[in-house]
Design a protein. Structure first.
Length: 313
């Protein structure tokens, strides 16, 4: 069922894209935000304003493709609109009302098929991540404990981060989407979003190959072409990271000698995967980042970028 023709839905899209495209409300110039595309995972060099705009595109796209009727999404889109400043400059709703809106959205998907249910959780996950900082869910004090308890009851638990001393959303709604639709379009997208957050260290190439192994089922049996080429790009990035660390990009945080024996074979695999992915998409910002990485590898230049390597680990 297509929702493209709904005036309510289309006006919400215009409102959201307008509030993130420039001017005094966003603090970001149109030039800086040009070229943002609805990539499932982050493209190379993404800034915070660009991240917000990409999430707006994804949320609207996934509501249209798999969500409940557009009228039930109006509250969600208002949360997104008020979340455009991480410091909470535009946050007017009470956090408790944010939770109620998300709960209403998820209840609207109950009884639907697995794709729509997973899509509802995927959208809710993206909205909650945008709202987490602006609406103060990070505050470890008891002030928002009741709201976080309600979220936990909905499957969105949080935990205290020792690094930041802030409460962090644990990503439970992504896992719900995977469980509901593991081999379908929304579940596979949720899987890639989980993998995007993976962090590998500088002691061995094995964790990078582990990421590839987890992506391989998506390449072998993708729900659609976007899933396939996105998974191929992520696999290519994992192999590219091995080449980068072998060349010394990790500096004191990675032992390049542990990666050197694998560098040539990883380079060969990365090139093949980039080429395969770019045959499916060459226009998105994610694809253009892949093209830049491919050009360096085929040109004999060392990679100057990593995705999965975590400095300091």
């Amino acid at each position: 069922m297509s929702l493209r023709g709904s005036p309510t839905f289309l006006s919400a899209i215009v409102l959201l894209l307008g509030c993130g495209s420039g001017g005094e409300t966003s603090g970001e110039s149109p030039r800086a935000s040009a070229g943002v595309t609805a990539d499932i995972v982050a493209p190379r060099g993404e800034t915070q304003p660009e991240y917000y705009q990409r999430q707006v595109l994804l949320i609207n796209k996934w509501i249209r493709e798999a969500g409940p009727p557009p009228r039930s999404s109006a509250g969600l889109l208002e949360i997104v609109r008020q979340s455009r400043d991480e410091g909470g400059k535009f946050a007017e709703m009470a956090p408790f009302d944010v939770v109620t809106t998300l709960e209403t959205w998820l209840k609207g998907a109950q009884g639907k098929d697995s794709v729509r249910q997973a899509g509802a959780y995927l959208v809710a996950d993206r909205v909650l991540r945008l709202a987490w900082h602006p609406f103060g869910f990070t505050d470890p004090s008891q002030q928002l404990a009741q709201a976080r308890t309600r979220l936990k009851g909905l499957g969105a638990s949080s935990e205290l981060s020792s690094a930041s001393n802030e409460m962090a959303y644990a990503g439970g709604w992504l896992q719900q989407a995977v469980q509901l639709n593991a081999n379908g379009p929304m579940g596979q997208r949720a899987t890639m979003l989980q993998l995007e957050a993976d962090c590998a260290g500088g002691d061995s190439p094995r964790p990078y190959y582990g990421i590839v192994q987890r992506l391989e089922p998506l390449v072998a049996a993708p729900a659609d072409s976007e899933v396939k080429w996105t998974a191929q790009l992520l696999e290519a990035d994992a192999y590219r990271d091995v080449v980068a660390l072998a060349s010394g990009l990790g500096k004191e945080n990675a032992d390049s000698t542990k990666f050197l024996p694998e560098a040539e074979s990883a380079k060969t695999r990365a090139i093949a995967l980039y080429q395969a992915a770019l045959a499916g998409d060459s226009t998105s910002r994610l694809a253009k980042g892949g093209a830049a990485a491919l050009a360096r590898l085929t040109g004999g230049l060392a990679p100057n970028h990593v995705r999965f390597f975590c400095f300091g680990q």
